[in-house]
Design a protein around this ligand. Structure first.
Ligand code: F6P
Length: 319
C-alpha cells in the first residue's frame, strides 16, 4: 500500500490535529504518500484532495479544531455522490483512508469498502464519548477541561449570590460529559438522557439544603435530556430559587487539546497507519485500558458505549 488519504468528518474534536499529524508522519516513516481530503466526504466528492508534505502538519498538535476541516455531507448519502468520491480517490491511486470522526463518519467508510473496495481504518473523534469500543474518544478530555473551568467560574459567582445555576453541556444521546463534569466540579445534581429526571427529588433536596443555609446550587444538564431553560423554569416556579441558566455551547468543542488528547491522537494516528500496513481494514482504533486495540466497525455500529455504573453511583453518592 503506497497511497493513503486522511480525513476528518462530522463534528470536530480537539486532538484531531494530533491524529492527522501522526498519520502523516507515520506514513512518511514507512515510505507511503499521504493525501489530505478537505472537509470530509464533501471534499472527497468535490475533489478537494491534495498531497500532504511533512511541513503541512508542523505546529498543529496544539491547535484545536481540525486543519483538514470537516462537514456533514448529505450528497455522500446518494449513490451518485459516492461514485464521484470514489472516482476522485481512484484517479490518484489512493487505496485506503484514515477516517477521523464519529460513528456516522465510520459508517461512510464502511460503505466505501463494501461497495467500492476502498479500505479504511477509523479513529474515534467526538467529545460526547458515545462511541463503542474505546474507553475515550478524541476530544473528550479537552471538552471536560473546558466544562470544568467554566463551571468553576460560574460557581464563584453562584456562591457570591447564593444562586442556583442550571448549566447545559453537550451530549446529544449520552450523559458522559455531564456525569464526569458533575463529579469534577462538585455539582449538586446532574440530569442525563439515560435516566428519567427526578425533578421533584432535586427540588426537595435543594429546598432542604436551603433550610440549612446552602442556597448555591449547580445543576448540570446534558443537552439530550432536555433544555436547561425548561428545567430552569420549573425550578423558578417551584419558588425559593434564584435561578440562572448557562448553555456552554460550542466552546466545549473548541478548546486547545489537552496533553491527553494530543498523546491519544498521536497514538491512534500512528496505529491507524501501522494497522493498514499490516493488512487491517474496517476497524477503528480504540483505547482499552492503556492499549490501542482494533475494533471492527460492525461492533462499533451495533453496540453502545456504556456508561460506567460505578461512576454513576459515585456521582449519586457525592451529590
Ligand atoms: O457530536 C458532538 C456534538 O458536539 C453534540 O454534543 C452536539 O449536539 C452536536 O455535536 C452539535 O453539532 P453542530 O456543531 O453540528 O451543531
Amino acid at each position: 500500500m503506497k497511497k493513503i488519504a486522511i480525513m476528518t468528518s462530522g463534528g470536530d474534536s480537539p486532538g484531531m490535529n494530533g491524529a492527522v499529524r501522526a498519520a502523516v508522519r507515520t506514513a512518511f516513516y514507512y515510505n507511503m504518500t499521504p493525501y489530505g481530503i478537505l472537509s470530509g466526504y464533501k471534499g472527497m466528492i468535490e475533489d478537494n484532495i491534495f498531497e500532504l508534505k511533512h511541513s503541512d502538519v508542523s505546529n498543529i498538535i496544539g491547535r484545536g479544531g481540525t486543519i483538514l476541516q470537516t462537514a456533514r455531507s448529505q450528497e455522500f448519502r446518494t449513490e451518485e455522490g459516492q461514485k464521484k468520491a470514489v472516482e476522485n480517490l481512484k484517479k490518484r491511486g489512493i487505496e485506503a483512508l484514515v477516517v477521523i470522526g464519529g460513528d456516522g463518519s465510520l459508517s461512510g467508510a464502511k460503505v466505501l469498502y463494501d461497495k467500492y473496495d476502498i479500505k479504511s481504518i477509523g479513529i474515534p473523534g467526538s467529545i460526547d464519548n458515545d462511541i463503542y469500543g474505546t474507553d475515550v474518544s478524541l476530544g473528550v478530555d479537552t471538552a471536560l477541561t473546558v466544562i470544568m473551568d467554566s463551571v468553576d467560574m460560574i460557581n464563584n459567582t453562584a456562591s457570591s449570590h447564593g444562586r442556583t445555576f442550571i448549566i447545559e453541556v453537550m451530549g446529544r444521546h449520552c450523559g458522559y460529559l455531564a456525569v464526569m463534569a458533575g463529579i469534577a466540579t462538585g455539582a449538586d445534581a446532574v440530569i442525563i438522557p439515560e435516566v428519567k429526571p427526578d425533578l421533584d427529588g432535586i427540588i426537595s433536596k435543594f429546598k432542604k439544603r436551603a433550610e440549612d443555609g446552602k442556597t448555591r446550587n449547580i445543576l448540570i444538564v446534558a443537552e439530550g435530556a432536555g433544555s436547561a431553560y425548561e428545567f430552569g423554569k420549573i425550578l423558578q416556579e417551584a419558588g425559593t430559587f434564584d435561578a440562572r441558566i448557562t448553555v456552554l455551547g460550542h466552546i466545549q468543542r473548541g478548546g486547545f487539546p489537552s496533553y491527553f488528547d494530543r498523546v491519544l491522537g498521536s497514538r491512534m494516528g500512528a496505529a491507524a497507519i501501522e494497522g493498514l500496513i499490516n493488512g487491517r481494514n474496517g476497524v477503528m482504533t480504540g483505547l482499552q485500558g492503556n492499549k490501542i486495540e482494533y475494533v471492527p466497525y460492525e461492533d462499533v455500529f451495533s453496540r453502545k458505549h456504556e456508561m460506567n455504573q460505578n461512576v454513576v453511583k459515585l456521582l449519586d453518592i457525592l451529590t
